[in-house]
Design a protein around this ligand. Structure first.
Ligand SMILES: [Fe+2]
Ligand SMILES: [Fe+2]
Length: 191
């Protein structure tokens, strides 16, 4: 595994987008191959947790910083509305059992929302932010630190992150860190 590197804010957020898009692809494959309910639920909950963390670091850190330097608020306002729709669907999925009729459909539609949102962020918002004087390196560090905190709270840390985690917060939950299916209640308590 590569050593943990410092990424600028935009690179970090784009990497998150790719991670979650890959997970949606895996979910699609599971549905096509009639994967087990357990596998589907574990993957869906992992997607929900990854998205929850990503949305939260954008809302807490990236969007407010972008708002300060951008001339227009439209893109950021739309992004926040899109987050709200996604979070609503995430909450529904986290409450559901994978055997329920609309489970796969909800995860699929969430993937479509996310693709649309990611496309807008990358082709418009991020491009505009890059043209401003915003310190993307410093912002990247802030995002990365907050992301690790939140992932640790949700038990999502992987070994790489655990090594990079300075505060040792992961020590408490390390034993169960690789079992996304166990995170249902953790994800729920975040809201
Ligand atoms: Fe976003
Ligand atoms: Fe994003």
């Amino acid at each position: 595994m590569p050593a943990k590197k410092t990424q600028d804010a935009v690179a970090l957020l784009i990497e998150d987008h790719r991670t979650v898009q890959k997970l949606f692809k895996q979910f699609e494959k599971l549905c096509e191959s009639d994967g087990s309910e357990e596998e589907k639920e574990a993957l869906a909950l992992q997607i929900c947790s990854e998205l929850t963390v990503h949305a939260q670091i954008e809302e807490e850190i990236f969007y407010p910083a972008a708002r300060e330097v951008m001339d227009e608020d439209d893109l950021l306002n739309e992004a926040e509305v899109e987050h709200a729709s996604a979070k609503d669907l995430i909450a529904q999925i986290e409450e559901m059992e994978p055997t329920e009729e609309l489970y796969d459909a909800k995860v699929t539609v969430l993937g479509e929302y996310v693709n649309h949102h990611v496309e807008e962020e990358e082709s418009e918002l991020f491009k505009q932010v890059k043209k401003t004087e915003l310190d993307l390196e410093a912002l990247g560090q802030e995002l990365s630190q907050r992301k690790m905190e939140l992932m640790s709270e949700l038990g999502l840390m992987d070994d790489d992150d655990a090594v990079a985690e300075e505060e040792g917060a992961v020590a408490n939950g390390a034993a169960s860190a690789s079992k996304p299916a166990a995170k249902k209640s953790a994800a729920k308590s975040k809201k």
